[in-house]
Design a protein. Structure first.
Lengths: 481, 491
């Protein structure tokens, strides 16, 4: 990463984090067969001979999955290259063939990078294609396979295409890690590669954590944490694991390379297996498939069809609104930047545009389009509508669309003439002499309090149609007179 | 009994298509031959009498309706029992597949049926194709129809024996290191291993995926040509299938060998190779002379790396097998031996379900792929494969076709080599290189050995040149010495 924003979980110690993200690709069918790639459904209904690994069945590569993988590679600035599928051999009941078809030494996407919302870059080591496994449910025995009374397996997920994105150990805090996953998810969703739903398991994060004393340049021994199911768990798991490792080292022990399991309920990690107990996967090239050699023309056509990425959207909005890129992040994340850019292009005040989008439109923009939005902001800026009235009109535009001027008239929001306001203010001053005295002669605190009182009274009398800013100016003018 | 060689698939299909004979009568005659001798030969794991009758009736109905059932109309065929048949047990002659019925047909089965063929049964094999004598079957040995004391070869021994015994004019085998050609040679029939990728492997239960290829076994060269035309050609369900149509073979058989350059592979036939019998060498010499007389030029040539073929094969094939056979874990299909937990269940099932030879190869392959050994074994074997391909490529600059014996000896007695795996493995020494290179080769019967048992000549061709290979095979067939043993057949 270009700059390090180190957050110390334990003072004096740096946490080094690298994430492996698995995302299910949004194809209609599985990676190597025509069985549907669909979430949910009755167990063992989205299956066929290939998904079950029946003897004699053979894999046939899904071209759409390759296209989506290439999109991911291009969006992450990876080298897209000739790739080879390999078999990763190990026995597990939810793996139909007792080997997983994955990519090993020749992944489809080589090194690349991802830019966080704040502009820092995180290295991507590779992003490769592989098939998902089925899902096991172990009944009894605490839900663990070895103690279970019996186990059930659902192969609906077996063979669903996954892209595994291996990030470099460039992250230094839980916040970094969450920002990285959020950005990655935004990219995957933006390019249509995945729906990025962590809660449905279509995006899963394994987290490598190590610690080292501040200033140390060698990496410490890492542990890989599995079973992280949300961004919140990701942060908690990192904090727990960093503390555990620092405790180990400072009490004279040393960190053993392990695969560890995050227990959401207990808020802790526990050991699954050590490096010595790691499987020997006996990788070898998958003889039932041929190498994947996408042509330059195909890669370029995929590149040309890529939509604008979050990073480019932040840049564009920041340029249009003349703000920092980081300040454009929320609007882009909410997918409202097209509206913002268009409204600004129509002459709307950028600050008011972003204020409304960030504060008043958290639930979505509904029927709101750029023209009426720009017109509404013009009315507000020109003092024809108060900010409260603007908000009300905005809500109508979101719900039903329409013309802001007409909506304002229908709601009876007429801009108050200055003279009319003066008459009301003067009569209120006459009605509340004690308060007026306090306002004109009190200290700052008292003055502020009484200003609030008068504004409130005026709003009450005018039914909220008075412009708060104009009222304050008028009160100040009268006090100085 | 008349020599069954006169009963050909081509002849039967022509009669059925023209309405001269019914498919049903053809079938019933073959079923009666099976009934007479199957008990002593044991070529089949399963004879599908009623299914076959129904299929024959369909063919007859097509003819009656004026439709053409196809080039194999009414021809009885036998399928090696590692080729998937919908709803019909497919056992690989292993206990581990007990009770499993595939929900689909192999591509080759669909194509045979679409061409009017009538599937008669599933033939015995060495378990999962691992063996050279059909003695490694969970369901008992198949005997050589020409001498019941002898093996039929393997692993497609059931298919070769079925054709030799006159049970069917055609059978399908599969060939990973010689499993079609060697039993064809030992039973005195024709056996073809096509170019890797010419015939779809979809529905063939895998032994070693990069070597396996399905191919025909028949009594005549022309019948193998006909069957290969039906089963060959691109299949999108097999990613390694070559994207071209099946080659036209039946129309080239009479073209002769005039002007062809034919090389005899010294390493597989000369004095350098241990264990090649004198009578086998003699027949090879006569085959060379016959081709020369027919207008070909014949010379000895060297393909040096073929001597490493056997060693490379016994790393690559077990390595792939160790992975392909992992799925027999008792979870989804076949045998399950219950145990207190999933891992123990896997072990109990595999221990009970696999025979010794399969276990031996799973262990060999697992070892060869293990961390720290991969480069020394699997990696090196792949290099040998490349070396063999390069050597063949050089040889094919000078020659159109290469020749060797198919097997070092005639059929050996049952039980002779079962206790010595190395002696058994040496049976494949001549055939293995074609699988490693992915090239086509076939075995053609050519005279007898001193024991009166048949000898096969192996014709090897460069990738996808089945046409030239069949031209040479046809000439060998027509010039083979007289005195072929009487074979049981349809009267």
């Amino acid at each position: 990463m270009s700059t390090n924003a180190t957050t110390e979980i334990v003072p004096g110690w740096e946490t080094v984090i690298g994430l492996e993200v698995h995302a299910e690709l949004a194809t209609a069918t599985k990676l190597f067969s025509g069985a549907p790639n669909r979430f949910g459904g009755e167990p063992n209904t989205n299956i066929d001979p290939v998904s079950l690994g029946l003897p004699g069945s053979l894999p046939v590569l899904n071209e759409k999955a390759v296209e989506l993988a290439i999109r991911v590679g291009l969006a992450l600035h990876c080298r897209v290259q000739r790739s080879v599928f390999s078999r990763k051999n190990y026995f597990y009941p939810d793996m139909p063939k007792d080997f997983q078809i994955s990519q090993y030494d020749l992944p489809i996407n080589g090194e690349g990078w991802l830019e966080l919302a704040d502009g820092r870059r995180v290295g991507i080591e590779r992003a490769h294609l592989e098939e998902d496994t089925g899902k096991s449910t172990h009944v009894g025995g605490g839900g663990r396979i070895h103690e279970a009374d019996y186990s059930l397996v659902d192969y609906n997920r077996a063979g669903v295409p996954l892209i595994e994105i291996v990030g470099a150990p460039d992250l230094r805090s839980p916040e970094d890690a969450r920002a990285y996953v959020s950005e990655l998810r935004s990219i995957l969703v933006a390019i249509g590669a995945s729906d990025g739903k962590m809660e449905e398991g279509s995006m899963r994060v394994d987290c490598n954590v190590s610690v080292r004393a501040l200033g140390e340049t060698e990496l410490g021994t890492r542990c890989e944490i599995k079973n992280i199911n949300s961004l919140r768990s990701l942060g908690r798991a990192i904090v727990y694991e960093a503390r555990r490792q620092v405790d180990l080292v400072t009490s004279g022990g040393r960190v053993e390379q392990q695969t560890r399991h995050w227990d959401e309920a207990e808020g802790s990690t526990h050991k699954l297996r050590s490096k010595e107990e790691a499987y020997d996967y006996r990788y070898f090239p998958e003889p039932d498939l041929v190498p994947v050699e996408p042509s330059d023309e195909w890669i370029e056509s995929i590149r040309a069809a890529l939509p604008m990425l979050p990073r480019e959207r932040r840049r564009r909005l920041a340029d249009e609104a003349k703000i920092e890129t980081a300040a454009a992040a929320l609007t882009v994340e909410r997918g409202m930047d097209d509206l913002a850019v268009e409204a600004i292009g129509l002459g709307a005040d950028p600050v008011r545009v972003l204020v409304h989008l960030e504060n008043n439109l958290a639930d979505g923009i509904g029927s709101l389009s750029a023209g009426p939005f720009a017109a509404l902001i013009a009315m507000e800026v020109d003092g024809n509508l108060t900010s409260t009235q603007t908000k009300t009109v905005l809500a109508v535009l979101v719900a039903d669309g329409g013309n802001p001027a007409e909506v304002a008239t229908e709601l009876g929001f007429e801009a108050m003439e200055a003279e009319e306001l003066e008459v009301i203010v003067d009569s209120l001053i006459a009605e509340h002499p004690q308060d007026w005295l306090a306002f004109t002669s009190g200290d700052d605190k008292e003055r502020k309090k009484k200003a609030g009182f008068f504004v409130g009274q005026i709003m009450k009398v005018t039914g909220g149609q008075a412009d708060g800013r104009a009222v304050n100016e008028l009160l100040a003018r009268r006090a100085d007179a | 009994m008349s020599p069954s060689k006169e009963i050909t698939a081509r002849g039967l299909a022509a009669e059925v298509r023209s309405g001269v004979r019914s498919a049903r009568s053809v079938l019933e005659e073959h079923l009666s031959v099976i009934d007479a001798s199957e008990k002593e030969i044991h070529a089949f794991n399963l004879v599908l009498i009623e299914d076959a009758r129904a299929a024959a009736d369909v063919v007859d109905a097509q003819v009656a309706a004026g439709d053409d059932p196809g080039p194999l109309a009414g021809v009885p065929v036998a399928l090696k029992d590692n080729i998937c048949t919908r709803g019909v047990p497919t056992t690989c002659s292993s206990r581990i597949l007990e009770g499993w019925r595939p929900p689909y047909n192999a591509t080759v089965v669909d194509r045979l049926v679409a061409a009017g063929a009538v599937v008669v049964g599933k033939t015995n094999l060495d378990e999962f194709g691992m063996g050279s004598s059909t003695e490694n079957s969970a369901f008992g040995v198949t005997r050589n129809p020409l001498d019941l004391r002898k093996v039929p070869g393997g692993s497609s021994g059931g298919s070769a024996a079925a054709v030799a015994a006159g049970f069917t004019p055609l059978a399908l085998g599969s060939d990973t290191g010689g499993s079609i050609r060697q039993p064809a040679a030992l039973c005195g029939v024709v056996g073809v291993k096509p170019t890797y990728g010419v015939v779809s492997r979809y529905g063939l239960v895998a032994f070693a995926s990069s070597l396996d290829q399905i191919g025909p076994i028949s009594r005549t060269v022309a019948d193998s040509a006909l069957m290969l035309e039906v089963i060959g050609g691109h299949d999108r369900r097999d990613s390694t299938s070559i994207p071209v149509p099946a080659p036209d073979l039946t129309s080239v058989l009479d073209r002769g060998v005039e002007g062809l350059r034919i090389g005899i592979i010294e390493e597989l036939s000369g004095d350098g190779l241990e264990g090649i019998a004198v009578d086998v060498k003699a027949r090879l010499g006569e085959a060379a002379a016959a081709l020369e007389a027919a207008g070909a030029t014949v010379a000895a040539t060297s393909v040096p790396s073929t001597v490493y073929g056997l060693s490379a094969y016994y790393v690559v094939a077990p390595a792939e097998a160790s992975s392909n056979l992992a799925r027999y874990d008792g979870v989804r299909f076949g045998l399950r031996i219950d145990a207190p937990n999933a891992g123990d269940m896997n072990i109990a099932t595999r221990t009970a379900g696999f025979g010794d030879e399969v276990k031996r190869r799973i262990m060999l392959g697992t070892y060869a792929l293990s961390a720290g050994y991969y480069d020394a074994y699997y990696g090196k074997s792949q290099k040998v494969r490349t070396l063999i391909m390069n050597d063949f490529a050089r040889a094919y600059e000078e020659f159109d076709i290469l020749l060797s014996p198919t097997a070092p000896t005639t059929a050996f007695p049952i039980g002779e080599k079962t206790s010595d795996p190395m002696a058994m493995y040496l049976n494949d020494v001549c055939t293995i290189s074609s699988n490693l290179a992915g090239h086509p080769s076939m075995s053609v019967p050519f005279g007898l050995g001193n024991d009166g048992m048949p000898i096969g000549i192996q014709v090897l061709a460069p990738a996808t040149d089945e046409v030239t290979m069949f031209r040479v095979a046809a000439v060998l067939e027509s010039t083979a010495p007289a005195g072929h043993p009487a074979i049981g057949g349809v009267a």
